[in-house]
Design a protein around this ligand. Structure first.
Ligand code: NAI
Length: 343
């Protein structure tokens, strides 16, 4: 089997080479992202392997189908960048539902601690032998209330980490878990009572800009907002206003709505055109990482192992446990539990 691997980075290759060789799958690595302009590169392959910022809209799906692509192997959990409805009946889609929820939850806490204890500033200061503590006052996490939106795999691990700091937990989930002692509340109450708000829900029509001007106006003054989920959960302009008005005390962002042409690339010698991002980064209380939360050795190995297993399982049996479609789990039309395949 031959797969066109888009948006390839040097850190992807070792694990994919290892697991691919074990299952007879050859990957051809393309540094470019998959979109309407680059879809033609997929000609002659059995499938494509894609990541979070490849754009698989309806036109791209049609092109891939025309080229005989049988499978889209997502090497990530989220699939908001794929028109899964349009792909239904044409191309099978697999994803990696979990590779290391610990990686993302731990990165979220790392960003929170870095931000509120000014570690990023201390690192720069002491390297220049500036040992002044002016402007470095932080606050204790102990006893603070953290509002967690989305209590799936990552949200729950983040809650456990926060419990280790003796923080109070408030949670909101559209589908609250029944097998936990998590205290669920309404979204407005979470906004009003939380000192820190962390987003761990998927990006859907409902969660798009869940943090906007209106929700920010309901939050405590000085709230710290954490987003390691998907950029478009936050209206970045509204966040900027909230920061300027001093309502938002700090923001830690591993994701950004317009990240697709910026994140993962080196722009250090260029002028970044995105004024909102540039303004956010210029704020002393905003910490940005470049969609890095997943990036641990364990996660990279698990991603490659599961992606290769998905491909191998599908091509040898016609089924894949991690196949997804727009019906999956949500409607009575979900065929997977009956025929073990989406279509
Ligand atoms: P998950 O599927 O285990 O949990 C998501 C939770 O969100 C579920 O409990 C679900 O019921 C809830 N949810 C769904 N719709 C909701 C709504 N409208 N409002 C509130 N909650 C809602 O997913 P997991 O593995 O915990 O991942 C969470 C998100 O983290 C992913 O959707 C993905 O976008 C992001 N992610 C980010 C990474 C990074 O490197 N920054 C890496 C991996 C995932």
């Amino acid at each position: 089997m031959r797969f066109a691997f888009f948006d390839a980075k040097s850190y992807d290759k070792p694990s994919f080479e290892k697991y691919g060789a074990e299952h007879g799958i050859e990957f051809k690595y393309f540094e470019t992202k998959l979109n309407e302009d680059t879809a033609e590169l997929a000609k002659g392959f059995d499938g494509v392997c894609v990541f979070v910022n490849d754009d698989l809209n309806a036109n791209v799906i049609d092109k891939l189908y025309e080229y005989g692509i049988k499978a889209i192997a997502l090497r990530c959990a989220g699939y908001n960048n794929v028109d899964v409805k349009h792909a239904y009946g044409k191309i099978h889609i697999f994803r990696v539902p979990a590779y290391s929820p610990y990686a993302v939850a731990e990165h979220t806490m790392a960003m929170l601690l870095t931000s509120i204890r000014r570690i990023h500033k201390a690192y720069i200061r002491t390297r220049e032998f500036n040992f002044s503590l002016n402007g470095m006052t932080g606050f204790d996490l102990h006893g603070k209330t953290v509002g967690v939106i989305g209590t799936g795999k990552i949200g729950r691990i983040f809650i456990d980490i926060c419990k280790g700091f003796c923080m109070k937990i408030l949670a909101y989930d559209k589908f609250p878990a029944k097998d936990t002692d998590i205290e669920y509340t309404e979204l407005d109450n979470l906004f009003a009572k939380s000192d820190i708000i962390s987003l761990h829900c998927p990006l859907t029509e409902e969660t798009y800009h869940i943090i906007d001007e209106k929700s920010i106006s309901k939050m405590k003054k000085g709230v710290v907002i954490l987003n390691t989920s998907r950029g478009a959960l936050i209206d970045a302009e509204a966040l900027l206003c909230g920061i300027k008005e001093r309502r938002v005390g700090a923001a830690c962002l591993d994701v950004y709505e317009e990240e697709s042409d910026i994140f993962f690339e080196d722009f250090s010698g260029h002028i970044v055109e995105d004024d909102t991002l540039a303004r956010l980064i210029s704020m002393p209380n905003v910490l940005v990482t470049s969609h890095q939360a997943f990036l641990t050795e364990e996660a990279l190995s698990n991603i490659a192992e599961t992606t290769v297993k998905n491909i191998s399982e599908f091509f040898s049996t016609g089924r894949c446990e991690n196949e997804l479609c727009y019906h999956c789990g949500r409607t009575d039309d979900c065929k997977k539990h009956r025929i073990e395949s989406c279509f």
